[in-house]
Write a protein that binds this ligand. Structure first.
Ligand SMILES: [Zn+2]
Length: 333
């Protein structure tokens, strides 16, 4: 089996398989008496269940799983939650906003397809892009669990006692409606979910039925979370890392550079959404990851527009065009 490795006293890392990049997700096991609180639990696949079954059959399992904490409701974090809760009897702890996101994905396929078509058509998207989007969300919805066991709603500001340690919950916005981070202030430990990752730049994009302007939410969260006293961070993807504050600053700078690139490009004149997608998304805009790539670029455009750095034009149903505001110059010109 994949052995959960000790990363700190009372904290173990259990990597779970993912078919897509980055190939793994970390579940963090926190000692809770003679059992474990599980933070995130992997995709809704047999391969993930096999890892859990092996863990449950090992001596380390001890008193079993006492709680299943979901940092957020993405399929790689929450996919196996319903199954694991059924197997162990453990309650699922999740933020209300994330539970609502799961419920959104439980609507029937026809209703979701119709909403996505309407949403994409309002942006002037072509038929093939609408289909790509519907296909993506169809697949995504299949990875989401439908929970029928006990749910405990948790919220930013809550404090959890786990094996005598107190963990404070902090909100991370922008990646999903409310990614909850667990912070242990005395020891300077934090479990980040996807909000702050050591190598990957967290995806911040516009999603169906979610925030229309997530990037300012993400940047505000970074500015707030960087204040936490952290000596060691445990991310959902990648290895534990120090230099938490420096990583927050690096992520902020990366996003700011991406925004500035759009402004710079528009310095040569207005561009349509399609032209911007092609410029920044490359070949991926014609593949199955189109919704993720386009969602990120749309999020940058929404952020720039909401702060008056660019202006958009185009009626409903027409492909929007973007330009620098009247009288302004390209910041790099
Ligand atoms: Zn995620």
């Amino acid at each position: 089996m994949t052995e959960p490795t000790s990363v700190a006293p009372g904290i173990r890392r259990l990597p779970l398989p993912m078919r897509t990049d980055p190939g793994h997700i970390n579940s963090w096991l926190l000692a809770d008496g003679d059992g474990w609180v599980v933070v995130d639990c992997g995709t809704r696949t047999e391969a993930t269940r096999e890892v859990w079954k092996a863990f449950m059959a090992s001596p380390l399992y001890g008193g079993g799983i006492t709680r299943i904490f979901l940092t957020h409701a993405h399929p790689d974090h929450a996919g196996s939650a319903a199954w694991l809760a059924r197997e162990t009897g453990a309650p699922i702890l999740i933020a209300r906003e994330e539970l609502r996101a799961l419920e959104n994905f439980a609507v029937d396929d026809a209703k979701r397809d119709a909403e996505i078509e309407q949403w994409m058509s309002a942006l002037g998207a072509e038929e093939d892009k609408v289909r790509l989007c519907q296909g993506f969300y169809h697949h995504f919805a299949r990875g989401c669990p439908q929970i029928h066991s006990e749910i405990q709603i948790v919220a930013p500001g809550d404090e959890l006692d786990i094996g005598g340690r107190r963990w404070q919950l902090h909100a991370g916005y922008g990646h999903t409606p409310c990614n909850l981070l667990l912070h242990q202030p005395e020891e300077g430990l934090v479990i980040t979910g996807d909000q702050i990752l050591p190598e990957i730049v967290t995806h911040v994009g516009i999603w169906w039925r979610q925030s229309e302007n997530p990037l300012p939410l993400y940047l505000e969260s970074l500015a707030r979370l960087r204040q936490l006293e952290v000596t060691r961070a445990f991310p959902a993807h990648g290895d534990p890392f120090g230099e938490f504050r420096a990583r927050c600053d690096q992520l902020r700078d990366t996003h700011e550079q991406r925004l500035a690139r759009i402004e710079h490009l528009l310095g040569d004149g207005p561009l349509s959404l399609n032209a911007l997608l092609k410029k920044f998304g490359g070949p991926a805009v014609d593949g199955p990851m189109f919704p993720l790539v386009a969602g990120q670029i749309l999020a940058r455009l929404a952020c720039l527009e909401s702060t008056g750095r660019i202006a958009a034009s185009g009626a409903d149903g027409q492909m929007p065009r973007f330009q620098l505001p009247e009288g302004s110059k390209s910041p790099a010109s």
